[in-house]
Design a protein around this ligand. Structure first.
Ligand SMILES: [Ca+2]
Length: 354
């Protein structure tokens, strides 16, 4: 019996000698790069926008002569002849919400000896207000239209529809929901979001990585623009086209070149809001459908923060018919009226959001 106890103790001691250092290394440092200096926080640390956060780091190698902290590709702070545990203030008020990379680089003289790169998530510091989309009126919507884009321009309603073989871009008569002019896409294209910018209509495709560009009067195709990734929703702020791709990210693109000029990540106080779909730019805010959800998000385009959530249950009850999910937001600047619809819905619903 004594022998079993002794053997068990030996196994425990040896086991812990092997395991504990491994566990420690795993949770606090990145072993491969731990030779110079390491951050003392765990990957994916969540912090609140504009909150007071201090980050600690530890100099592991006494011969380190210089440390550099890089936040989002810009040098944020440096130390010469650093020793022991150091702290710095994380500029949460200058970072937009979303996932940010932060790197700690250690040098001996001019030689880079280690790099510790980690992610921090900046959450929104505000709780979105809850609004309701109240039904004002309904008009017919063609239930064969799998709505993916909806927007007014000069009092004309434009609609883009999806599904292979059924995709089109059309001008819609709001009183009966029928096209007054329409252009079909080849069957291998799946239409997605649209926006009208200057005299052109831009139409995304889902997975074909091509944006079709039409004359807004005749809908005659002018050109197509390639891009990488999926296309979901589209709107514009008068300067940039704003595009969703089914994630929490919104891409601000140059209308001429389609070059990405800015990316925001849409976050509330708990984390990212994914599956952003059809979009609409209304009075300085981005309104977004969220795929498979009965609510809209109202997003601050400067920060990515969700300012409000719009409950659309009544709209769905009166507009969906035998159709699918809520998708399609259009604001008419001429009449200041807002309309919602969905994929294969039987109605377009004029709403008042309060
Ligand atoms: Ca829209």
């Amino acid at each position: 019996m004594k022998r079993i106890v002794v053997i068990s103790l030996i196994v425990l001691v040896i086991g812990s000698m092997v395991l504990i250092p491994l566990l420690k290394t795993d949770t606090t440092t990145n072993e491969v790069n731990a030779s110079g200096a390491v951050f003392l926080f765990k990957e994916n640390l969540a912090v609140n926008y504009a909150s007071n956060v201090n980050i600690s780091l530890k100099v592991v190698d006494p011969e380190v002569t210089k440390l550099e902290v890089i936040i989002q590709d810009s040098t944020y702070q440096t130390w010469n002849q650093p020793k022991g545990v150091l702290k710095f203030h994380l500029p949460t008020e200058k970072l937009l919400v979303g996932t940010k990379e932060i790197r700690l680089i250690a040098y001996k003289g001019s030689q880079l000896i280690s790099e510790d790169a980690r992610l921090i998530r900046v959450l929104s510091n505000e709780k979105p207000i809850v609004l309701t989309a109240n039904v004002v009126a309904t008009t017919p919507h063609n239930p064969t239209h799998f709505t993916q884009g909806l927007e007014f321009n000069n009092n004309v309603l434009y609609e883009s529809t999806g599904q292979n073989g059924e995709s089109k871009v059309a001008k819609i008569n709001l009183t009966n929901g029928e096209p007054t002019l329409k252009i079909g896409l080849d069957a291998n294209y799946f239409g997605e979001g649209i926006t009208v910018f200057k005299n052109l209509v831009y139409q995304l495709t889902w997975q074909q990585q091509k944006c079709f560009v039409y004359d807004k009067e005749s809908l005659v195709l002018q050109k197509d623009i390639p891009y990488t990734g999926e296309g979901w929703g589209l709107c514009n702020d008068g300067t940039y086209l704003i595009m969703s791709d089914g994630t929490e990210r919104l891409y601000f693109r140059d209308p001429e070149t389609f070059e990405i000029k800015k990316i925001i990540e849409v976050y509330d106080q708990f984390g990212p809001k994914i599956k952003l779909n059809e979009l609409e730019y209304i009075n300085g805010k981005i309104y977004a459908n969220v795929w498979m959800e009965d609510q809209l998000l109202v997003i601050d385009p400067a920060t990515g923060k969700v300012n409000a959530i719009v409950d659309c249950k009544d709209v769905i009850a009166q507009g969906r018919g035998t159709g699918e999910v809520l998708n399609g937001i259009a604001y008419n600047p001429t009449t200041k009226k807002t309309y919602l619809t969905g994929k294969n819905w039987s109605k377009i619903v004029e709403v008042s959001i309060k």
